[in-house]
Structures are given as C-alpha cells and as structure tokens.
Write a protein that binds this ligand. Sequence first.
Ligand code: NAD
Length: 260
Amino acid sequence: MRLANKVALITGAGRGIGRAIAEAYAREGARVAIADLDAATAEEAAAAIRDAGGEALAVAMDVTDEAAVQEGVATTIDRLGGLDVAMANAGIQHIDPLDKLEFANWRKVMSVHLDGAFLLTRAALRHMYASGRGGSMLYMGSVHSKEASPLKAPYVAAKHGLLGLCRAVAKEGAAHGVRSNIICPGFVRTPLVEKQIPEQAKEFGISEDEVIRNIMLRNTVDHEFTTLEDVAELAVHLAAFPTNALTGQSIVVSHGWHMQ
Ligand code: NAD
C-alpha cells in the first residue's frame, strides 16, 4: 500500500485518466475525492471505488469557479480528514486552425486548464502549508507541454503553461514540504481522444485510421497508445515519492513520442 493514510483529490476524475488514477490511488490505500463538473459521473466513479472496498467521496466541482474549488477542497478536508495529494487533471480539447479560432474557445480551454490548476493549487497549498505536513501537487500535462501540433493552439499553450505553474509551485512549496510534478502523457484512448479522431479526419481530409497511424502515433517508437494503467502507475509513483528530491519535474509517458 504505497498511499496508506493519504488523502488525494483529483479533478476531472469522473471518467478517463482521472478516474483511472483515482482507482489506482484507492487500491494503494488512499482516501480519494473525485471532483468533476459532471456530478453524476463523479458519484458513479466514487461508488465503484466504495464497492471495491475503498474510500471515496464525490465532489461536484467546476474547476473554473473559484468558490466551487474552495468549497470542494474544504469539504474534502472535512470529510476525508486532510489533503496530502492534489491533482489538477480536468481538461478539455478544442480543434480549430488559429485563423478560425473563436476567442471564446481560446478562453474556455485556457480557463479549464490554467485557471482550474491555479485555483486548486492555491486552495491545496493553503491547507498543506497550515497543516505542517506538506504534500504533493500533481498536474496533468501532455506531450503538448513540450511540443506543438496543428489545430490545437489553446491546448498546447495551456499545457505549456502548466509546466511553468508546476515549476513555480516546486520553488515556493519546498520550504513547506510541498513537492510539485507534472505528468505528460502521449495519446490515451479516452472520450477526449475518441472525439478528436473524426474531427481531425474531417479537418485534414483523411481517414480515421490515418489520423491514428499518421498523426497520433506517428512518432512513437512502437505505434502504441499509452494506456490508462501506464499513466495511473506513474501518478502513484509521483504521489508516493517521499522527499523533495523529485520536484519540479515533468515525466513524459508516451511510448517515446517525445524524448527529453
Ligand atoms: P476525458 O474527457 O475523458 O475526461 C475529462 C474529465 O474532466 C471529464 O470527466 C469532464 O467532466 C471533466 N471536466 C471537464 N471540464 C471540467 C471542469 N470545468 N471542471 C471539472 N471537471 C471538468 O479526458 P481525459 O483524456 O481523461 O483527460 C484528462 C486529462 O489528461 C486532461 O487534462 C487532458 O488534457 C490530459 N491528457 C489526455 C491525453 C489523452 O490522450 N487522453 C493525453 C495527454 C493529456
């Protein structure tokens, strides 16, 4: 049990990568708060963890809403007895070329990723500093924290921004025993990615198979998707790491798509 007696809050954990991480944390002994905009999926994910013998709390939270984030973090601390690990995972994608991109869509993507990560960070740090126990801040970046792709400008900009936030938290948090790291996955087949396949096929005028083969997996070493299990294992490792030796780092889990 690598996370026994720890409390973890994960945003966007009603489905996809966040849910897989919440399940892995619960299997490792953590009490987990599943925060999501979609209250029904958060409740379903929490119930599945409880059915499997774990401890989980569903928290309805729009990460772009300052009051909702503060309240969700406070409820987690109150109901689960603290906060040791906070992961800003909630994210959205928007596919458009830059010259056609509506300002509102740019702002929406930036807001979910960056405002959301900031609001969670501030609420979590206030508790981690005051408790004297420190903690672990984690961010869900992407290979797009390191590289750009066409049609994804707001996502690429936001994911690069998260890298900066992660490093800033590592600098400020160290004195309070807070570590900060960012996970940068390649493509994982979640609803977020399934939606992009037909969108990109249409935009580039190619087949869906070609989107997968020639765009998504083109630069991997073995033409494989990264899996939920791969990302969850790394998230457990980073949450459980015991010292400030591992802080301010970005770890790319992408079948070699990006090598650093
Ligand atoms: P997903 O669409 O399957 O799940 C995202 C979850 O976030 C959903 O449950 C959704 O309700 C929630 N969410 C969206 N907006 C929210 C908001 N404002 N407040 C709270 N919750 C909100 O996506 P996923 O693929 O699991 O992605 C999770 C994270 O991983 C994202 O940050 C994404 O950018 C990142 N990521 C995904 C991939 C991939 O290939 N799937 C690769 C790299 C990084």
